[in-house]
Design a protein around this ligand. Structure first.
Ligand code: DX5
Ligand code: ZN
Length: 220
């Protein structure tokens, strides 16, 4: 069922102009939109590299956006301070790699930053359930992470419903974020099942009418 939270569109800068990320961030600021999604890739956990804390720190002073940092790293626990220092306001970490997930969530929280877990499309919902009381947000990948412009994975839809149901049953208040292949059609499929935070890269930056895209996906 629809989320208790207002719907937020968080454009992914991965789909921006990598020769001029500041200008792509300006596009988001002037939409105007509140969040920017920053995809951090290490070439190990995912077969791609994007940008690091230095780039995030360089973008921070010129932006009022909420920096939603998605760590696609084998060892995210080693980079928490670096991204906090860079200006991250939320850090999401994957449950798949072998590192202390709970301790890392607690560390992010203890340092005054919002935190959450990320599950890949093939990762079962149960792999994330134990962490939910610590989460400000749950990010469900609707593509295999690593690249923008992929096709939406409809088989993740039941997982969205599951985390929406747990949010209600457990009396929790986390946001439910989806990421990958989000466009006008797939956004509606996700929000109808409880998603409230929509990451869009390609569909946002390539939208012929960005204002209409924002209005349609966020309903405002
Ligand atoms: C993929 C990233 C996504 C991606 C979304 O690994 O986590 O945020 O950039 O891009 P689109 O919206 O183009 O699928
Ligand atoms: Zn992402």
């Amino acid at each position: 069922m629809p989320s208790p939270h207002k719907t937020i569109l968080a454009p992914s800068l991965l789909a921006g102009d990598h020769a001029n990320l500041r200008s792509s961030l300006q596009v988001i600021e002037s939409a105007p939109l509140e969040w920017v999604h920053l995809d951090i890739m290490d070439g190990h956990f995912v077969p791609n590299l994007s940008f690091g804390p230095q780039t995030v720190k360089a973008l921070r002073p010129d932006s009022k956006c909420f920096f939603d940092v998605h760590l696609m790293l084998d060892n995210p626990h080693r980079y928490i301070d670096a991204f906090l220092d860079a200006g991250a306001e939320q850090i999401t970490i994957h449950v798949e790699p072998d590192y202390p997930v709970e301790a890392t969530l607690r560390e992010i929280k203890s340092k005054g930053c919002r935190c959450g877990i990320v599950l890949n499309p093939d990762t079962c919902a149960d792999a994330g359930k134990a962490y939910l009381p610590l989460c400000d947000i749950v990010l469900l990948m609707t593509v295999q992470p690593g690249f923008g412009g992929q096709r939406f994975r409809h088989d993740v839809l039941p997982k969205i419903e599951q985390f929406d149901q747990w949010r209600c049953e457990l009396g929790l208040n986390y946001r439910l974020e989806v990421d990958g292949g989000i466009d006008l059609e797939t956004a509606a499929l996700c929000t109808a099942r409880g998603a409230d935070t929509l990451v869009a890269g390609t569909a946002f930056f390539k939208a012929p009418d960005q204002a209409a895209f924002i209005q349609t996906v966020t309903g405002k």
